[in-house]
Design a protein around this ligand. Structure first.
Ligand code: AMP
Length: 425
């Protein structure tokens, strides 16, 4: 029996892969404008990194990691997300010593989670994300949000909604935590076993529970916004003010929590409102964190970041009917007749490519008609035709496939003349 692709993964085939490349290109261009620099960290890390950095009360760490023991008896894990590794690298490479602060980084690459696969949820998916580490200016929160909004806008997404919340600083969170414990404790036996564990460890995560989300105590749970102290409240006001200055619409949702211990202040998500997008509508998640850098052995400095998957972005684009401007077609297809002409095209093709054109020739010894068909399939803008007679008279025929116009060009001037014709268009 043929071996099949693992569940929850997908092959991105030619025709589709161009969309991915397009999105990655746009995202990288925008990161460049915002002055975020690329970083590449390993696909696997020590398991402990995620236990410490993602938090051992999270579903990711408790249930979803691809963990294995290597031949040296080390426990390694395929990365389920990007922040922990970026922060590890930030600390390991002492980037906090860089005079340019905050350090602004972006990454893109596959992440792995052992989740129940469904539409928009894969076991291997590609996340694009950024982290700005080293500043607690609310303007950087607004910048990070506006960066992702710029990417979404640039690729043509329209039906999206930014949802924000504040988780406050540590003092506010402790007060809220106490209120949550008091709220849930009397009836905690009506909740799932995960929530029962969360009550003492991290009661905020109860609000995130998918199983118990319809329990009546969920709606009436104390809102973090009521527990923000003055400085946290002011911080949140500033973030909202900057978003307004940037004309970025948002709604505040006090139930939006990012359940990790080290998140504080701003938390946000971007949802798709596109019809028919499916049950999972979150396109992007992000927030501010404090303590993570210290947890990784660095100084006590804060960060903020987001991550979105290209898979969900592409399905949102599809649901909105957005056609990406993927360049189709090639500049020139060289048709040759006879062995000598075919030999000649080997170098000619190379010259065209080196001059910056996309070009192709036949490798199947096809007849002229079949080569013309191949040129059509590749949507060639020009077809250069070289037969033995042309070779003897040192000319080559160039056909403009759009207008049907045909021209004889001198063979040894072909590249120069081709350049002129294409540029003169
Ligand atoms: P998270 O790290 O869980 O906050 O996820 C951040 C973003 O990554 C989400 O908003 C999705 O765009 C994407 N994402 C998370 N898990 C998956 C998955 N299993 N399949 C596809 N995309 C995912």
């Amino acid at each position: 029996m043929a071996v099949k692709i693992p569940r929850g993964t997908q092959d991105i085939l030619p025709g589709e892969v161009e969309k991915w490349q397009y999105i990655e290109r746009i995202a990288e261009e925008i990161c460049d404008k915002f002055q975020y620099k690329g970083i590449r960290t390993p696909i696997f890390e020590h398991t402990e990194l995620f236990e410490r950095g993602v938090g051992d009360t999270t579903d990711i760490v408790q249930k979803e990691m691809y963990t294995f023991t290597d031949k040296g008896d080390r426990s390694l894990t395929l990365r389920p997300e990007g922040t922990a590794a970026v922060v590890r690298s930030f600390v390991e490479n002492k980037m906090y010593g860089d005079p340019n602060q905050p350090v602004k980084l972006f990454y893109s690459g596959p992440m792995f989670r052992y989740e129940r696969p469904q539409s928009g949820r894969y076991r291997q998916f590609v996340q694009f994300g950024v982290e700005a580490i080293g500043s607690e200016d609310p303007a950087i929160d607004a910048e990070v949000i506006s960066l992702v909004m710029s990417i979404y806008r640039k690729v043509g997404l329209k039906n999206i909604q930014l949802v924000i919340n504040s988780l406050g600083d540590q003092e506010s969170r402790i007060a809220h935590r106490e209120a949550l414990i008091q709220h849930f404790q009397p009836r905690i036996d009506e909740f799932c076993s995960d929530c029962q564990n969360r009550l003492e460890k991290n009661p905020l995560r109860i609000l995130d529970c998918k199983k118990d989300r319809d329990h009546e105590l969920m709606n009436s749970a104390p809102s973090i916004l009521q527990y923000l102290n003055e400085s946290s409240r002011q911080y949140f006001e500033k973030v909202k003010h900057y978003l307004q200055l940037l004309n970025i619409e948002f709604v505040v949702d006090p139930t939006l929590v990012r359940g990790l211990d080290y998140y504080n202040h701003t938390a946000f998500e971007i949802m798709s409102n596109a019809e028919g997008f499916g049950a999972i509508t979150t396109l992007c998640g992000g927030g501010r964190y404090h303590g993570l850098v210290k947890q990784m052995g660095g100084p006590e400095i804060p960060g903020i970041g987001f991550a979105f998957s290209i898979e969900r972005l592409l399905s949102a684009l599809e649901a909105e009917g957005v056609e990406l401007p993927i360049s189709k077609g090639i500049d020139c297809y060289i048709v040759s007749l006879g062995d000598k002409a075919a030999d000649y095209t080997v170098k000619l093709l190379q010259d065209l490519r080196e001059a910056g054109f996309s070009a192709e020739r036949d490798y199947q010894q096809r007849k002229m008609k079949a080569q013309m068909k191949a040129a059509d399939r590749l949507q060639a803008r020009f077809v250069a035709i070289l037969g033995e007679d042309e070779l003897n008279s040192q000319i080559i025929n160039l056909k403009n496939m759009e207008s049907g116009e045909q021209k004889e060009l001198s063979l040894n001037q072909f590249i120069e003349e081709f350049c002129q014709i294409v540029e003169g268009k």
